[in-house]
Ligand binder design. Structure first.
Ligand SMILES: [Zn+2]
Ligand SMILES: [Zn+2]
Length: 313
């Protein structure tokens, strides 16, 4: 952290010498060398490996303190009742009472932050030095009945990115595959998928659907208005009870364990490919959420059964 911090006690706007023995008491355990008797601590290192040069004059200066050293700064301030000055333009002071604020030099008084002694920690100092921006508000995603949580599956991510279709930064962007001859470069927002805008404008589609496995309406919705997801191999969106399945996410052997119905379904698929039990079990055990072969977990919209599709490599 490229900044300096000073710990000073003020009375009526003037600096009052800090209690050097208290400062030494706090800092000496963190000096990575033998501090000569009667001398102030000149260098500290904390358990997280952060260090700072320390100078004692009327107050204590810490030169470029790391995160762990900020806890020591806080402790010196708590124990001596001194103010923490964050050098910068303008400088900011942290004091532990309203009364201490009134003792600050006039130019520091108004912008000073009052933190109760018990709450004064390195983390609080860090917050004052570099406040974390408020997380951006992101609107609700549109409903996707066949892919209800595209954020959980990774097909939609929070992003400050302009949608290539609507030209707006909606706070979300689609990361899955987009197919079609006239698809522009760049990613689309989930709203342009849900409302069919990207499909209408570019003839874009996001998923392959096998013909005649489900009603046309469902097939169209999955193809044109449902976020896609990457697979290692091409296979059509599976159906159950005459409707498209609800995609719950990629899965490995571990993720499939709570879904014996999906595992049975997968074993059934293996049998259809003419695999014996040993080959099937090896395959199921090797399934990996991140790398091939991967399984893809679905749930039936009608009967609730879980089932799985997989890449067979
Ligand atoms: Zn858009
Ligand atoms: Zn079903």
């Amino acid at each position: 952290m490229g900044f300096g911090i000073r710990v000073y006690t003020f009375r009526h706007g003037d600096i009052v010498p800090v209690d050097a023995s208290t400062v030494r008491e706090v800092l000496a355990p963190y000096a990575p060398y033998d501090v000569p008797e009667g001398e102030p601590v000149a260098w500290v290192r904390t358990a997280d490996g952060s260090e700072a040069d320390v100078y004692l004059d009327h107050g204590v200066s810490f030169d470029r303190p790391g995160r762990g050293v900020l806890d020591l700064v806080a402790e010196v301030a708590r124990r001596t009742g001194a103010a923490v000055l964050l050098l910068g333009n303008p400088a900011t002071a942290i004091v532990t009472s309203e009364e201490d604020r009134r003792h600050l030099p006039e130019d520091l008084r108004e912008g000073a932050v009052v933190v109760l002694p018990a709450a004064l920690t390195g983390k609080v100092i860090e917050q004052v030095v570099r406040p974390q921006p408020e997380p951006r508000f992101r609107p609700m995603l549109p409903p996707f009945p066949y892919h209800p949580d595209p954020v959980a599956t990774g097909s939609v991510i929070a992003a400050d990115e302009t949608c290539v279709c609507c030209g707006h930064d909606q706070g979300w962007i689609h990361t899955g595959p987009v197919y079609g001859a006239d698809v522009p470069d760049g990613r689309v927002c989930p709203y342009c998928i849900a409302f069919g805008t990207a499909a209408k404008r570019y003839g874009a589609y996001f998923n392959d659907v096998e013909a005649r496995r489900m009603p046309d309406e469902a097939a169209r919705r999955i193809r044109e208005r449902t976020p896609g997801f990457a697979t290692w191999q091409d296979w059509g969106w599976p159906a159950h009870c005459g409707d498209g399945g609800v995609f719950l996410g990629a899965a490995g052997a571990k993720e499939l364990r709570p879904y014996p119905d999906a595992l049975d379904h997968l074993r059934g698929l293996c049998a259809e490919w003419g695999w014996g039990p040993a080959q099937t079990e090896d395959f199921v055990a090797a399934l990996d959420k991140e790398g091939a072969p991967t399984a893809y977990l679905f749930r039936c919209r009608a009967c609730g059964t879980h089932f799985a599709q997989a890449d067979f490599t």
